[in-house]
Design a protein around this ligand. Structure first.
Ligand SMILES: Nc1ncnc2c1ncn2[C@@H]1O[C@H](COP(=O)(O)OP(=O)(O)OP(=O)(O)O)[C@@H](O)[C@H]1O
Length: 503
């Protein structure tokens, strides 16, 4: 008979073997006295180790315990009582007089110590209970190995080495069960930044994105590759990719699409005033969204359908004109970018209203063709489309892959999230359907994070109407043109627009 070998299954940790079970049975057969002594000895050892560890982890507690022990040895129980009473008084005074340092030096460290102990203590049983386990050829139960725990203030990261038979998807499916067990808000499974065959479990206890943030920087990288529009769940700034791609923003009504667009406008405002960036706005909602800051726009279309389609065609022609002018030499274009060639940002509010809901068939086809033309030439730098959609359905799906950067805000269902981001993003925790209504601007993006593409929770900054009005007054566009009439353009076979020659 072929010999069964398990020598290759070196990953993971064995938590039960047949020998274990038999040993337990033998133990139960022994006398009660032996069992109790063994249990008491085990607990005494464990408590000693944990007390020393806690004393080292929380130095203030360590100091208090040392003084208490010395007082007991030197003065007996009364000395211990006096030290305990004085210690309680000092703790009370400290927490009252300096709550911040009390929180960081004592409470927070104690909380983290308890969390670390709980992960280690319960890991095997939690994995086995939730089905994050495998059985090898010798019927041994194996669970992934918890190798390292990085504790944060509100978010912990568990570095887990997978074992044969347990994939990231298996853990992701049990994320809710893990979150329940650890009393966390959510558990998300991320690819490990440095090691293959490992995963990072992000255990979130407090959603900082649901809270207001006062400190904001108005930033955009000098090459306009990235615009800072908010913050990420790990406290880092959220940089939205701008150049060399197109951006899709999907979200239900009130999810914060316009808020996010306002953040982008805010980041670009100084460059608009300097003539390095030109905004073209296409607003099917009659100008509700963009008219308030119309001074910032190079061209703004918000009238009837013809007006909107004319603006789209104008924008679509820009790419072709640039490519023709430079003979397709993208390097040359990049070198002269922001000098002779400003960056065009085409903001389209409610993309579907243009490509699907327009009643006139010819206009609808022209709008669709213009949008497709713009999106398909996405690699040509210098013209960026930022499109918003409320309802990510099949029509949008046909464009989806042309948007290199997609933001999914609050959505109705898992299906919509899968449509906007991807199947794997939803499975890895991009739960846009679970975003509360009270948190507009919150969503998920799939971003390069440590070299791996994975969903990251983000929240856009809040830009008030007053701030927008200030930006419009302070940073008006140096040049503004009207939307060219559609009829004129329809007769043309191509070429420059009547509203202004594209640089
Ligand atoms: N980042 C944010 N933080 C706090 N509040 C926000 C944020 N973004 C938007 N809001 C608020 O949420 C509400 C809805 O936002 P917004 O108008 O941007 O949603 P929308 O997705 O554009 O909706 P619609 O599709 O109906 O236009 C507004 O009152 C806005 O002030």
């Amino acid at each position: 008979m072929r010999e069964i070998t398990t020598a290759r299954l070196w990953r993971g940790q064995t938590i039960r073997t047949r020998a274990d079970v038999m040993r337990m049975e033998r133990l139960h057969e022994r006398s009660r006295l032996i069992r109790w002594s063994l249990t008491a000895g085990w607990w005494a050892g464990w408590l000693t180790v944990m007390t020393v560890w806690a004393a080292l982890y929380v130095p203030a507690l360590g100091a208090a315990l040392t003084v208490a022990a010395l007082a007991w040895l030197a003065l007996g129980p009364w000395g211990l009582l006096v030290v305990v009473l004085v210690g309680a008084l000092v703790a009370r005074l400290w927490s009252r007089s300096s709550p911040a340092s009390w929180e960081t030096r004592v409470v927070s460290r104690l909380r983290r110590f308890v969390r670390r102990t709980r992960y280690r203590w319960s890991w095997d049983d939690v994995c086995a209970a939730t089905g994050v386990k495998a059985t090898d050829a010798s019927h041994r139960v194996i669970v992934p190995r918890l190798l390292w725990v990085s504790l944060g203030e509100h978010v912990d990261q568990l570095h887990v080495q997978l074992c044969a038979g347990v994939t990231p998807g298996v853990i992701a499916r049990q994320a809710d069960a893990l979150a329940c067990e650890w009393c966390a808000l959510e558990v998300r499974v991320l690819a490990h930044p440095t090691r293959e065959g490992w995963v990072l479990l992000r255990v979130v206890y407090r959603d900082m994105l649901a809270e207001d943030e006062d400190e904001r920087d108005n930033l955009v990288t000098p090459d306009f590759q990235w615009a800072r529009v908010g913050r990420r769940e790990d406290g880092e700034p959220w940089w939205l990719r701008l150049m060399g791609t197109h951006v899709l923003i999907a979200g239900l009504t009130g999810a914060g699409k316009s808020g996010l667009v306002a953040c982008i406008i805010r980041a670009l405002a100084p460059a608009i005033a300097a003539g390095k960036v030109r905004l073209v706005g296409v607003d099917p909602k009659g100008g509700m969204e963009y008219r308030m800051v119309s001074e910032l726009f190079y061209m703004l279309a918000y009238g009837d359908d013809e007006h909107l389609v004319a603006a789209l065609e104008f924008a679509a022609d820009l790419m072709r004109q640039r490519a023709e002018a430079l003979g397709g030499n993208v390097r040359k274009l990049l070198a002269r970018m922001f000098g002779d060639y400003p960056l065009y940002v085409i903001l389209v509010d409610e993309l579907l209203a243009l490509t699907t809901y327009i009643a006139n068939r010819e206009l609808k086809d022209r709008a669709s063709a213009a949008v497709r033309r713009m999106l398909s030439q996405g690699r040509a730098p210098g013209v960026v489309v930022i499109g918003c959609v409320q309802d990510p359905r099949k029509e949008v799906l046909s464009f989806r892959d042309m948007f290199g950067y997609r933001v999914a805000l609050r959505l109705d269902s898992d299906v919509e999230t899968r449509m906007v981001l991807s199947d794997s993003a939803y499975d890895r925790g991009a739960r846009c359907d679970a975003i509360p209504e009270a948190c507009p601007g919150m969503g998920f993006v799939v971003d390069e994070d440590g070299g791996k593409r994975q969903p990251i929770k983000v929240r856009a900054d809040w830009v008030s109407d007053a701030e927008l009005a200030y930006l419009a007054a302070e940073y008006p566009a140096p040049e503004r043109v009207d939307v060219p009439p559609l009829a004129t353009r329809a007769k043309r076979s191509g070429g420059s627009t009547s509203g202004g020659q594209a640089a």
